[in-house]
Design a protein around this ligand. Structure first.
Ligand SMILES: Nc1ncnc2c1ncn2[C@@H]1O[C@H](COP(=O)(O)OP(=O)(O)O)[C@@H](O)[C@H]1O
Ligand SMILES: [Mg+2]
Length: 287
């Protein structure tokens, strides 16, 4: 991903939990090694809200073209970590982020990174669907328009249609594109917001409890959509539902009291966790 105007060399990665490697230039895009599928690499991430520390030395590798689930009890720092990836914590007064979050080897906190460009590349979907008070069409057209992605009206219409199709919403809204997005059901609004994120061709989509406000049928649709989208995007989802994490994700990271306790293939975390805290959480002993 090119987050700035002048491309910087990517850096080699090491395993989670180890000190950052020296600055070795590698062409990650052409790499065929074991790290070819790595999209996001977080190391030594510490976040403070004023004096209060919310994350402690978090290290996580997030794979490309997969769904990674962040689980853990309320207040353990899942949303805080998600907001590090697209620098949404910058917008919270008193929040301080330390450490490295690399996307395709590039540190998102580097001075040369434009947060506005970053946030188009790293889309975000929240718990409560938040369509703009505009028409369905305008909700999706907004991003491509402000980022100058479409060069003509017909191209813009094409992007809106493709994005709504990809978000699994086109068939339900094709005949009412010029009605308000806020008039849709909750589940439809959430898919509209996903279409809005997709419209600017992001590489990463962050979802913070995207189904918590939805009924089971709408939830199933979003889960189906996530499964579909992961062939093209790197998706990171925060979920309170262990069943959902197990259904939709390929990698799971368990957070507890601001620390990342363990992360690994979802099947391993749910059937054979290494840490007793993970075991306790997934068996419902706390949280
Ligand atoms: N904007 C904020 N200002 C101050 N403290 C915050 C803010 N957001 C989160 N926190 C605190 O940081 C910790 C982690 O919160 P959060 O990342 O929201 O956890 P989770 O998403 O896992 O429920 C909590 O103790 C929470 O109270
Ligand atoms: Mg949260």
């Amino acid at each position: 991903m090119n987050l700035r105007h002048t491309p910087q060399p990517a850096r080699a990665r090491d395993d989670e939990g180890h000190a950052p490697a020296p600055h070795i230039a590698v062409d990650r895009a052409r790499s065929t090694g074991p790290d070819a599928a790595l999209k996001i690499r977080a190391r030594d991430v510490n976040v403070f809200y004023g004096e209060k520390q919310a994350l402690f030395d978090v290290a996580l590798d997030v794979p490309e073209k997969a769904v990674t689930a962040l689980i853990g009890p309320s207040g353990c720092g899942k949303s805080t970590f998600l907001r590090c990836i697209n620098r949404m914590n910058d917008t919270i007064p008193g929040a301080t982020v330390r450490g490295r979050i690399e996307i395709d080897g590039e540190d998102v906190n580097d001075k040369g990174i434009d947060p506005v460009v970053l946030r188009a590349r790293v889309g975000m979907v929240f718990q409560k669907p938040n369509p703009f008070p505009k028409t369905i069409f305008e909700n999706v057209a907004y991003g491509p328009r402000i980022h100058g992605i479409a060069s003509s009206k017909s191209e813009l219409e094409g992007i809106v249609e493709t994005s709504l199709k990809r978000a699994g919403l086109w068939n339900e809204v094709a005949d009412r594109l010029h009605q308000p997005g806020t008039g849709l059901s909750g589940g439809q609004q959430q898919r509209l917001v996903i279409a809005r994120a997709i419209a600017v061709s992001p590489e990463v989509i962050l979802m913070d409890e995207p189904c918590s406000a939805l009924d089971p049928i709408a939830t199933a649709k979003i889960e189906e959509l996530m499964d579909d989208l992961r062939s093209q995007y790197c998706i990171v989802i925060v979920t309170h539902s262990m069943a959902q994490a197990a259904r939709v994700s390929q990698k799971t990271a368990f957070f507890h009291l601001g620390k990342l306790v363990e992360a690994g293939p979802t099947g391993d975390i749910f059937t054979n966790p290494r840490d007793s805290r993970t075991q306790d959480y997934i068996t419902g002993r706390f949280g």
